[in-house]
Design a protein. Structure first.
Length: 165
């Protein structure tokens, strides 16, 4: 009986870990309802907040008139972080680049050290909903980023966000 219970316990652990891993490895749907979601692919690797215990806010967003819309996402307990600022928010599609006042700062911690990336030209921002009355901003984005010390270039694709502010 103890052997059966121990096998059931191990099976339960494996299925619960698989579900958590699966939830953290898929992009959120592209919604326009203020669901407070955010994610993108960084060179085909999923970047979303992970539901780990941390002292810091994991996902925040804000809008300030004449400043723009900002998103901060801590991916895990270590220092993996993505910060984006869209200086101009208007419904429609426009270039996502530093000339428009846009910003991306991404920090990735790995066994090889910390890498810090910044926005370079070549991206696109599509605002699918900007509702000041209901305080909802939703959109999609893509971008090219550059590692500051090595010059390594990466692509951000399938970026999406849906926030209340």
């Amino acid at each position: 009986m103890k052997k059966i219970l121990s096998h059931l316990f191990v099976l339960l652990l494996l299925t619960s870990c698989s579900k958590e891993k699966q939830e953290n490895e898929i992009l959120p749907p592209a919604t326009r309802e203020g669901k407070n979601t955010f994610g993108f692919l960084l060179n085909d690797e999923v970047w979303v907040k992970k539901n780990e215990v941390t002292l810091y806010p994991v996902l925040t967003a804000g809008y300030v008139e004449n400043f723009g819309f900002s998103i901060s996402c801590r991916r895990s307990k270590n220092d993996d972080f993505a910060g984006l600022v869209f200086k101009t928010i208007d419904k429609g599609t426009r270039p996502f680049n530093s000339q428009n006042g846009d910003v991306i700062d991404i920090t990735v911690d790995s066994s090889g050290g910390t890498k810090t990336y910044t926005l370079i030209d070549g991206g696109e921002l599509k605002i699918t909903r900007f509702d000041k009355e209901k305080r909802i901003v939703s959109g999609e984005f893509s971008a090219q980023i550059l590692e500051r010390s090595t010059g390594e270039k990466l692509s951000i694709t399938q970026g999406r966000f849906d926030f209340t502010f």
